[in-house]
Design a protein around this ligand. Structure first.
Ligand code: HEC
Length: 256
């Protein structure tokens, strides 16, 4: 059997075997659903956001961020709703967390690792400035954004790892069920606008990039490093899917 066919059969088996039993209601157990409803009223990640606020104060608050990004403070929310962006002085298309790191460096402070809880919290706080703003990432803004989008699109549909799976192998099958979990179509469900989010299964705040790394591991792929060109490109691609679906920023999200 060729590799592609094998992959189809493997996925088909996993989906079919659970689809028989499963409707939408099986995507979470009843207990999980109950917890989800409760936590929606009172997202535990609000505590991270508060912690992020305190950490961000040390960097000089909104004024300092607006200055670093060279935008008017009143434009900051809508500007944040357009990340990842090409930031000329950083010479790269970057996530908002990398901007926070660059500010730390510029101020002579130790930079928080992209994987640190403090950075996740700060990112959630700063991204929440953009809540209710329409996602407005511009993949045509410049050649760097064009290249990043093209790379993200390629990586999204490129098979990687020993199982021969791409992101698209699963995430294009929106609405079907894999081992009791509904496979999300990432544009439709506003993945680009709802992370950082609280993950109930981990009882912690997680970023979009970190969540993607979990999928890479599950799919038998070596996880891409946080903040790498490739990982940022995937975030660009996923953010653009959310934009195409006319979503707004809603953080912190609440996820299974
Ligand atoms: C083997 C199937 C599979 C593959 C391959 C896969 N995913 Fe997933 N992914 C899932 C499932 C299932 C969920 C939802 C799980 C849940 O409900 O918690 C998910 C959820 C996600 C989420 C969270 C969506 C949200 O808004 O809650 C992101 C982000 C994500 N995947 C990114 C990726 C990326 C990027 C890739 C490719 C590198 C990828 N996934 C490959 C099965 C897969």
């Amino acid at each position: 059997m060729n590799r592609l066919l094998l992959k189809r059969v493997w996925l088909g088996f996993l989906c079919a075997s659970t689809l028989l039993l499963a409707g939408e209601q099986f995507s979470m157990s009843q207990a999980d659903k109950k917890m989800y409803e409760e936590l929606k009223e009172n997202n535990p990640a609000d505590m991270n956001v508060e912690e992020g606020m305190e950490l961000f104060e040390e960097l000089g608050e909104e004024g300092a961020l607006a200055k670093f990004l060279d935008v008017n403070q009143t434009q900051l929310p809508s500007y944040i709703a357009g990340f990842p962006r090409y930031i000329a002085k950083m010479g790269n298309v970057v996530g908002l967390d990398q901007v926070l790191q660059a500010m730390q460096v510029e101020q002579g402070k130790a930079k928080d690792a992209l994987s640190s809880e403090s950075m996740f919290s700060m990112l959630a706080y700063v991204k929440s400035f953009a809540n209710d703003e329409a996602i407005n990432i511009d993949i045509k803004a410049n050649k760097e954004m064009e290249a990043s989008y093209a790379l993200g699109e390629k990586l999204y549909s490129q098979a990687r790892g020993y199982r021969g799976l791409s992101c698209n192998s699963c995430h294009a099958l929106a609405g079907s069920i894999l081992r009791t979990q509904t496979l999300p179509e990432l544009g439709e469900q506003n993945t680009g606008g709802t992370w950082p989010a609280y993950r109930m299964t981990l009882s912690s705040l997680v970023t979009l990039q970190e969540r993607s790394r979990t999928c890479m591991r599950d799919a038998g792929q070596a996880p891409l490093p946080l903040g790498s060109k490739e990982m940022v490109a995937l975030e660009v691609y996923i953010s653009n899917l959310a934009k195409n679906n006319k979503h707004a920023v809603e953080v912190p999200g609440l996820k299974r």
